[in-house]
Design a protein around this ligand. Structure first.
Ligand code: ATP
Length: 235
């Protein structure tokens, strides 16, 4: 098991945002977390990357307990995150934004990986000298994912990669995620766009108010009447 989360609880002040969540991600998988607003999806990703502290529970990654490991060490250990809202540096070029993703790395291979990111995102290659802040919303999303890939993660955490994108671009982002996985990176994906996330993922967890209420192969959830009614605008 690459990532194992056991019964984690997380609070914002007195509010309990995660009420004992357990989930696993195996090497090579795409796992998706779906659920309504405020279900705890973003908090789960932030807790895995070390941006939020656990109240209790345990997170193991690549055979090690990382529950108390600081965030920057988790990046070195192999956890890459593309955050909600993207966080592209507006006054830096696309290429410098991408290179920022590699700042924790030691050793070579950085230019090869940059070429790899450009092969996934042709648009970024064309715009490598453009300032991050002048890129469109969809392009900034690509920069954020590319930057996370530059840390050479074993698992890539993606928070709402399709948010705010035009339908054609949504399709493109989903096929790039599939390609990233095909090239060997494990993916944990948070999405409002449940239909497409379930079509892409191998397995899925449904979160409601800080708890896992269902977990199953993603294809099964596409046919699940409750999931259809709640998250797929179901018939
Ligand atoms: P959404 O899809 O709306 O982003 P989500 O499933 O990602 O939802 P979270 O953002 O993880 O949900 O939020 C889980 C709960 O924690 C919510 O009740 C939210 O109001 C609360 N919460 C999140 N961030 C904070 C914060 N910084 N301070 C206080 N409460 C917070």
């Amino acid at each position: 098991m690459l990532l194992e989360i056991e019964n984690i609880r997380v609070h914002y002040g007195k509010v309990e945002a995660l009420k004992g969540i357990s989930l696993t991600v195996d090497e090579g998988e795409i796992v998706t977390l779906i659920g309504g607003n405020g279900a705890g999806k973003t908090t789960t990703l932030k807790t895995i990357s070390g941006l939020r502290k656990l109240t209790s529970g345990r997170i193991a990654f690549d055979g090690r307990d990382i529950s108390k490991m600081p965030g920057h060490k988790r990046v070195i250990a192999g956890i890459g995150q593309s955050p909600e809202g993207r966080g592209v540096f507006p006054g830096m070029t696309v290429e410098d934004n991408l290179l920022m993703g590699a700042y924790t790395r030691r050793g070579g291979g950085i230019s090869k990986d940059l070429a790899e990111v450009y092969s996934l995102f042709e648009r970024l290659a064309e715009r490598r000298h453009q300032m991050g802040g002048t890129m469109s919303g969809g392009e900034q999303q690509m920069v954020a994912i590319g930057r996370a890939l530059m840390s050479k993660p074993k698992v890539l955490l993606l928070d709402e990669p399709s948010m705010g994108l035009a339908p054609k671009l949504v399709q493109q982002i989903f096929s790039i995620i599939e390609e990233i996985n095909r090239r060997g990176t494990t993916v944990l994906l948070v999405e409002q766009n449940a239909q497409q996330a379930l079509q892409l993922a191998h397995r899925a967890y449904v979160l409601e108010t800080g708890e896992v209420v269902k977990s199953a192969p993603a294809g099964d959830l596409l046919d699940d009447p409750q999931v259809r009614a709640a998250y797929l605008g179901g018939d």
